[in-house]
Design a protein around this ligand. Structure first.
Ligand SMILES: Nc1ncnc2c1ncn2[C@@H]1O[C@H](COP(=O)(O)OP(=O)(O)O)[C@@H](O)[C@H]1O
Ligand SMILES: Nc1ccn([C@H]2C[C@H](O)[C@@H](COP(=O)(O)OP(=O)(O)O)O2)c(=O)n1
Length: 220
């Protein structure tokens, strides 16, 4: 019998729960197909419940505009309806969370695939052996038909390079193939709060409000 030599294992000195930038954070993932109304409802939640809204798509579009070295790659992925590699998106989200003075975050449009999810759950803080495991308090899922989402995206009129019928079809395919499995994963852990997002904006917000009731900010 030969000698079995174990491969060296690097172990984090400490694994913490939801600690980031010296604070304990509350994270809600906001998921749903393109055009399901995530951004619209996040704006309402910010106003009523004091969360900070971090849209993965907005952060990626800002990165393109800033002229960063990843800009062209990100733009091409977005035009093709594909998902940008996790390390890029997670760095943007992590930096924004650390920079913010808030400790309650709505993370909109993330995680969009299994790679996004697994990578975020084991974020390693740079420059240290500390590792923090960030898991969401719950996942808000806006459920809407493709027909309705297509109508909304074609009417959104924000000059986005991906709101054209050809890219929209690709985004729907990516959503079904890559994002729905993430929702199923959280569903199996009883973490998904599903909303009927086909209703008018104010009615959708009534349902959202009921879910966020435990997060009413304390009166000053
Ligand atoms: N419940 C709704 N009913 C009708 N239109 C909506 C509703 N929610 C959002 N919209 C509109 O649909 C478009 C897409 O909404 P948005 O919030 O940008 O979606 P997402 O962030 O999921 O892509 C926007 O033009 C928005 O004004
Ligand atoms: N986690 C994410 C979120 C968005 N993206 C890219 C790919 C998506 O099609 C675009 C647009 O996402 P955004 O959330 O802004 O918009 P939609 O939900 O598609 O309307 O950004 C990504 O690569 N990874």
């Amino acid at each position: 019998m030969g000698t079995v030599v174990d491969a060296p294992v690097v172990v984090a000195e400490e694994v913490t729960e939801n600690m980031l930038g010296g604070k304990k954070v509350t994270v809600v993932f906001v998921l749903g197909g393109p055009g399901s109304g995530k951004g619209t409802q996040c704006a309402n939640i910010v106003e009523h419940f004091g969360f900070t809204h971090l849209s993965a798509g907005d952060l990626l579009r800002a990165e393109i505009k800033s002229g960063s070295e990843n800009g062209t790659m990100i733009e091409n992925m977005i035009k093709e309806g594909k998902i940008v590699p996790s390390e890029v998106t997670i760095k943007l989200l992590q930096d924004a969370m650390i920079k913010s003075e808030n400790d309650k975050f709505l993370i909109d449009g993330f995680p969009r695939n299994e790679e996004n999810r697994a990578a975020f759950e084991n974020v390693t803080i740079s420059f240290s052996l500390f590792q923090t495991k960030i898991s969401p308090a719950f996942v808000l899922f806006f459920d809407c038909s493709e027909e309705e989402m297509e109508r909304r995206l074609l009417g959104r009129n924000q000059g986005r390079v991906d709101d054209n019928i050809e890219t929209i079809k690709k985004r729907f395919k990516t959503f079904v193939e890559s994002s729905l499995p993430v929702i199923e994963h959280y569903s199996s852990k009883d973490k998904v709060k599903k909303i009927d997002a086909a209703k008018p904006i104010l009615e959708v917000f009534e349902d959202v409000k009921a879910i966020f009731a435990p997060y009413v900010p304390k009166a000053e």
